[in-house]
Write a protein that binds this ligand. Structure first.
Ligand code: S3P
Length: 430
């Protein structure tokens, strides 16, 4: 399928963004491991989260879904059962990395795999620490990629110093550590998103967090919770950008997650000069707020270091935004993006060049000179949801028509994305 998007002059209206995908995966998995019923509200019906549910179903967990509410009938830390087939995570790396942490400590054999993009995603980031913890986990084809084969083993507590700030690696280790003989310490170079730590604590696990270090005790039992998922800041980023780059726009996005380890995007756009107001702030398990965003005159900035893990998934849309800002934007330290659902650096650069942007790459650094008018083009997405959404937004400020090939891949994180966009700018057709 493809979507055709045209220039629009104004976006207006109020939007409820679906629940945070990253947070939801963790709530589902911990709900399954807790003893009793966990209720999740504002559940996002994205393909990735549905794939986590399906994996948990194959592990013996029953889950009821009703509109945007999900009830997980948890069976306790030792209640999962042998799946009897290869678990499939579809397109979701978060599912394979986090669930492998749980499977590593079960007393049954499991195999876990996914779609073609998953088959090329490196897993050494989790295989290495889990092996140090005594897990028997390996890449079936010996290429560091899925399928992963996991055999029963005795888990021990370790101290692990990670070279990269990755919440997927941290979460996988913390989940395995629940089943260890001793505490586990995880240290990372910068603090990656901390949804796992907040949720583990809410489910009754015993952990101490200080800056880039987490120490977790083995657990005997987790306790079910009721939780409302905050609006996904990564999904909100597309609409925020759309309002910033189009003339005469003002939109309100409701109950967006404001976890500071996650919303580096907001810091970046403020530094670029964005007119964004934060109102209706609430403190739940994670803070939320409504965001009012208006058309803005932006300027280029330099992005590097600790901000990168806090805005990693938003870098493609930030590259789009930089094309609409005056002056130069530099993005450094984004090498991790090459290993996402697609090579997000190269594919974003190629597509922006097709649209007439002035953008260059030197090693893994990107230089974008904003202010050059963009024009419509045919956009290849490699079936990567974040690329499709980024270019649907780029098209709103470009002359002519833009065609997004494989546009339905947005369902991985945001079913209803094009309808939501159309609702704010009736002029765009998708
Ligand atoms: C995620 C962590 C990030 C992010 C991914 C989701 C998570 O990956 O890019 O989309 O839910 O933990 P890394 O942990 O590899 O940085």
């Amino acid at each position: 399928m493809s979507a055709i998007i045209e220039r629009t002059d104004a976006l207006n209206g109020v939007l409820n963004i679906p629940g945070d995908k990253s947070f939801t995966h963790r709530a589902l998995i911990l709900g399954a491991l807790s003893s009793g019923d966990t209720r999740i509200s504002h559940f996002p019906h994205s393909q990735d989260c549905n794939d986590t549910i399906e994996c948990l179903n194959h592990l013996g967990i029953s889950i009821e879904k009703e509109q945007d509410e999900v009830i997980i009938h948890g069976r306790g830390l030792h209640g999962l059962t042998e799946p009897g087939l290869t678990l499939s995570v579809g397109n979701s790396t978060t599912t394979i990395r986090l669930l492998s942490g749980v499977l590593a400590s079960q007393d049954f054999v499991s195999e876990i795999s996914g779609d073609n993009s998953i088959l090329r995603r490196p897993m050494d980031g989790i295989i290495s620490p889990l092996k140090q913890m005594g897990a028997n986990i390996s890449s079936k084809l010996n290429n560091n990629c899925p399928p992963l084969v996991i055999l029963p083993s005795q888990i021990k507590g370790i101290t692990y110093k990670s070279d990269i700030a990755s919440s997927q690696v941290k979460s996988s280790v913390l989940f395995t550590a629940l089943f260890g003989d001793n505490p586990t310490a995880f240290i990372e170079p910068y603090q990656s998103r901390n949804h796992t730590e907040l949720l583990l604590s809410a489910f009754g696990a015993n952990l101490d967090c200080a800056g880039n270090q987490v120490v977790i005790q083995p657990a005997e039992r987790l306790y079910p919770i009721d939780v409302t998922i905050p609006g996904d800041i990564s999904s909100a980023a597309y609409f925020i950008t759309a309002a910033l780059i189009t003339k005469n726009s003002e939109i309100r996005l409701c109950e967006i997650g404001m976890n500071p380890t996650r919303n580096g995007f907001l810091d970046v756009i403020r530094e670029m000069g964005a007119d964004i107001e934060i109102i209706n702030e609430k403190q739940g398990l994670e803070p939320t707020a409504d965001l009012i965003v208006r058309s803005s005159k932006l300027h280029g900035i330099t992005l590097s270091g600790e901000i990168i893990p806090r805005t990693l998934d938003e870098i493609p849309i930030l590259m789009v935004l930089a094309c609409y800002a005056e002056g130069i934007t530099f993005i450094k330290d984004g090498g991790e993006l090459k290993l996402k659902e697609s090579d997000r650096l190269d594919i974003t650069i190629d597509n922006l060049k097709k649209m007439g942007a002035n953008i260059e790459k030197a090693n893994d650094s990107i230089v974008i000179e904003g202010g050059h008018p963009l024009h419509g083009a045919i956009i290849g997405t490699k079936y990567d949801h974040r690329i499709a959404m980024s270019f649907a937004i780029a098209a709103l400020g470009a002359s002519g028509k833009t065609e997004i090939i494989g546009s339905e891949c947005v369902n991985v994180s945001y079913p209803g994305f094009y309808e939501a966009l159309r609702g704010l700018c009736p002029a765009s057709r998708a």
